[in-house]
Design a protein around this ligand. Structure first.
Ligand code: PAF
Length: 286
């Protein structure tokens, strides 16, 4: 695996590969890699000839009371994991190469509020502005043919798809399925914050989402009452619920009876850590 820290050197390398007809795949990450990230790398490998993974903990997408300083930095382990998959390139930009004039003094890229202000955006103001800005910078540096993002951050995936489409960026955005722990907990770089007891409890979030899915697939279209019931169950289980919404997959608007491509999306705090999870539900409608 080749390592690049310098963006100009990476760009020269990518240009050379493209000239020789290679298709470039890109997986942007913030490091602390787990099997979920590795599955995204495998997906990129299946769709391209050269795979570039970036690790950059982006300060712009963390709120003032969030965990930017505490966010786990595990470079040696990450490198080993990527090496074991024969990843071609690891890109490790520093803060100055992403925000040369400081993050406050940098052009921002803002996606539409209809996608960014709801669900996670409602309790994390500014988060998606930080995500779309850094993803734009990274995509412009790497200029990949395809880029892969995990479906655990479903809203992020939809926001990025929309930004890439609106800004006519010639990149195919691919969503990778969620990887889970044996107890159902969605893999996340932040799961390390959970104690074993919390990890066991965290699996209830998945169970409650699956119960709602079962109800919907059995024909229950009273989505608002399913949401209310799930929130009550999570609260009884000791979660502080941020949201539990049944929405449409494409625009994340509240789902209506006639919709068939649904997403059950939830976020809840278990002690300090905030967990998110979701499940796509695809109904056959006559
Ligand atoms: O999903 C993430 O890890 C981050 O939000 C991303 C896409 C790498 C941007 O910093």
């Amino acid at each position: 695996m080749k390592l690049f820290q310098n963006k100009e050197e990476l760009q020269d390398f990518v240009l050379e590969q493209k000239r020789s007809g290679k298709r470039i795949g890109f997986v942007p990450t913030m490091g602390n890699l787990h099997d979920g990230h590795l599955s995204l790398v495998k997906l990129a490998q299946a769709e391209s000839d050269i795979v570039i993974v970036s690790i950059f903990v982006n300060p712009m997408q963390f709120g003032p009371n969030e965990d930017f300083d505490a966010y786990p930095r595990t470079f040696e382990q990450d490198k080993e994991k990527l090496d074991s998959l024969n990843t071609d390139i690891l890109f490790l930009p520093n803060l100055d190469s992403i925000y040369p004039r400081g993050k406050e003094n940098h052009t921002k890229v803002e996606a539409i509020e209809a996608l960014t202000k709801k669900l996670c955006g409602a309790s994390r103001p500014g988060h998606f502005l930080g995500v779309t800005t850094v993803v734009n910078i990274l995509l412009n540096i790497v200029q990949p043919d395809i880029a892969v993002f995990g479906k655990k951050d479903y809203q992020q995936l939809m926001v990025i798809k929309r930004m890439v489409s609106d800004l006519c960026m010639p990149i195919k955005i691919i969503g990778g399925d969620i990887k889970r722990e044996p107890n159902g907990l969605a893999m996340s770089s932040r799961n390390g914050y959970l104690s074993q007891i919390e990890k066991d409890k965290a699996s209830h979030l998945r169970a409650i989402i699956l119960a709602a899915q079962k109800q919907i697939e059995a024909g229950d279209t009273n989505f608002r009452s399913l949401e209310k019931h799930a929130i009550q169950q999570l609260t009884n289980d000791g979660f502080k619920v941020d949201y539990f919404h049944i929405v449409r997959q494409d625009d994340l608007e509240s789902a209506k009876e006639s919709d068939s491509k649904l997403l059950i999306a939830a976020a809840a705090w278990l002690g300090q850590p905030r967990l998110i999870d979701n499940q796509e539900v695809n109904l056959e409608r006559a």
